[in-house]
Design a binder for this molecule. Structure first.
Ligand SMILES: Cc1cc2nc3c(=O)[nH]c(=O)nc-3n(C[C@H](O)[C@H](O)[C@H](O)COP(=O)(O)OP(=O)(O)OC[C@H]3O[C@@H](n4cnc5c(N)ncnc54)[C@H](O)[C@@H]3O)c2cc1C
Length: 361
C-alpha cells in the first residue's frame, strides 16, 4: 500500500529532503508539500536583498518546480492546527489533510512582545512576508531604522540597511540602531564579536544593549529607563518563538518547540517528524541556523521512507560548528569557524556562490 507522507512548510530541510528524493525516486510513497506560496525565501541571501544586491526572485527557491521534479504534489495553504491523534492537519483554507506520516519544517515566528504604538514594525520571520514588505518600505528610509535583536541575522540586517541608505544617497546622520535586551552577538565567538562590533561602529550603526523596547510612537522607539531613539521603521529579529498552533498541538515540547529524537521524530508522536528551527533536538545543543536544517533534509526523507516500510531509522548527527559567512552590507563578508575570524577579499563571492548554488539547484 502507498504511504501518504505530508510535508508541512517549505523550509530548508524540506527543500533538501525533496532534492534527495529527486535522485532516489520512491514509488511506494505519495508525498504532498503544503506551503503558503510556490516560492520559499533563502535566508542567507536576505541581507543581500535588503542591501539591494539581489532581486526578490534571486533569493527564492522554486518549490513548484522542485515538487514536479521529485514526484511530489504541492498545495498552497497554511496549516493552522494539527490533530496528532486523528492524524490530520487543518489548513487556513478550511481543508483537512490526512496523513500516515507528517513532517513539520515551518521555522519560527519573530514577534514583538507587547509593544505599544504604531504599526511601523516588520517581523523578519517568517521571511516571505518580510521580503514582500521590505520591497515596499525600503524606498523611504529617511526616518531612521531600528533593528531589534542583535544576533548574527540582526547584525547583517543593520549593515544591509546602512548600505541601502547610502546607495539611496541618505547621509550617515540618518540613524540605524541595533537594540538588544542583553549584549549583541552573545552567542558568537569573541573574535567574531570584536570584528563585527568594530565594523558596526565604522558603519555608523548605533548599538543599544541591556535595554528593552517599551513602545513606538511618532517615529521614536521608546526603551526602558526612559531612553528613546529616532526610528520610523522597526525591524524585529528578536523574540523567536514557535508557531502557536505547533506549540498547542499536543506534541511534547520545550518552550513550545516539539522535542525530537536523533531520528527527527517527535518523542511523543513518532509518526510526526519535525526539523529546522521548529524543532528542539533532544540532548543536543543545536543553534537555530539554516545549515542544520539543510543537512537534516536527506536524513529526514530516508527516515520517513524507512518508517513507512517498517525499516530501521538513522540518526541525525549535527556538526559541532559550521562556517559562518557574515555579510557586511557592501559586497564584503567576514568568515568564522572554530573561533577563528578572517576577512579576505573573495569571501563575498564565495558566500554568493554557495547561496546561489542552494537556491538554483
Ligand atoms: C537575516 C537572517 C539571515 C540569516 N542567515 C543565515 C545564514 O547565512 N546561514 C544560516 O545557517 N542561517 C541563517 N539564518 C537563520 C535561518 O534563517 C534559519 O535557521 C532557517 O531559515 C531555518 O530554516 P527552517 O527550515 O527551519 O525554516 P524556514 O526557512 O523559516 O522556512 C519555513 C517555511 O515554512 C513555511 N510556513 C510557515 N508557517 C507555515 C504554515 N503554518 N503552514 C505551511 N507552511 C508554513 C514558510 O512559508 C517557509 O517557507 C538567518 C536568519 C536571519 C533572520
Amino acid at each position: 500500500m502507498t504511504a501518504n507522507l505530508l510535508l508541512i512548510g517549505g523550509g530548508h530541510a524540506h527543500v533538501t529532503a525533496l532534492r534527495w528524493l529527486q535522485k532516489h525516486p520512491c514509488p511506494d510513497v505519495s508525498i504532498t508539500l503544503i506551503n503558503p506560496r510556490t516560492y520559499a525565501v533563502y535566508s542567507g541571501m536576505v541581507p543581500g536583498f535588503v542591501a539591494g544586491h539581489f532581486s526578490r526572485s534571486e533569493v527564492e527557491s522554486d518549490l513548484g518546480r522542485l515538487c514536479t521534479e521529485s514526484g511530489a504534489d504541492i498545495i498552497h495553504d497554511s496549516i493552522i492546527a494539527l490533530d496528532p491523534i486523528r492524524k490530520r492537519a487543518m489548513g487556513q483554507s478550511g481543508k483537512s489533510y490526512p496523513y500516515d506520516l507528517a513532517s513539520i519544517d515551518i521555522g519560527i515566528v519573530s514577534a514583538p512582545p507587547s509593544v505599544s504604538g504604531s504599526k511601523m514594525h516588520l517581523t523578519v520571520k517568517p521571511m516571505s512576508p518580510f521580503v514582500e514588505a521590505w520591497a515596499q518600505v525600503s524606498e523611504n528610509l529617511s526616518g531612521g531604522v531600528a533593528i531589534v535583536g542583535g544576533g548574527l541575522g540582526g547584525v547583517e540586517l543593520a549593515f544591509a540597511v546602512r548600505h541601502k541608505m547610502r546607495s539611496c544617497g541618505l547621509p550617515d546622520t540618518v540613524p540605524v540602531s541595533l537594540v538588544d535586551q542583553s549584549k549583541i552577538l552573545s552567542a558568537s565567538s569573541p573574535s567574531l564579536r570584536r570584528a563585527l562590533r568594530k565594523r558596526l561602529i565604522s558603519a555608523c550603526v548605533g548599538i543599544l544593549e541591556d535595554t528593552e523596547v517599551r513602545g513606538h510612537h511618532a517615529g521614536r522607539l521608546e526603551l526602558a529607563a526612559g531612553q528613546s531613539l529616532t526610528a520610523q521603521l522597526v525591524v524585529w529579529t528578536a523574540g523567536g518563538r514557535a508557531h502557536d498552533w505547533l506549540a498547542q498541538s499536543g506534541l511534547k515540547a520545550r518552550n513550545g518547540f516539539p522535542v525530537v529524537a536523533a531520528s527527527l521524530q517527535s518523542i511523543s508522536h513518532p509518526d510526526i517528524f519535525i526539523t529546522g528551527d521548529a524543532a528542539f533536538l533532544q540532548e543536543k545543543c543545536v543553534p537555530k541556523a539554516g545549515v542544520y536544517a539543510v543537512r537534516q533534509g536527506p536524513v529526514l526523507m530516508q527516515n520517513m521512507i524507512a518508517k513507512s516500510r517498517g525499516a530501521p531509522l538513522q540518526d541525525f548527527a549535527p556538526q559541532k560548528d559550521y562556517l559562518k559567512l557574515v555579510s557586511l552590507g557592501k559586497r564584503a563578508a567576514i568568515a568564522e569557524k572554530w573561533g577563528l575570524t578572517v576577512q579576505l577579499p573573495g569571501l563575498w563571492d564565495l558566500k554568493t556562490w554557495i547561496d546561489r548554488s542552494f537556491v538554483q539547484d
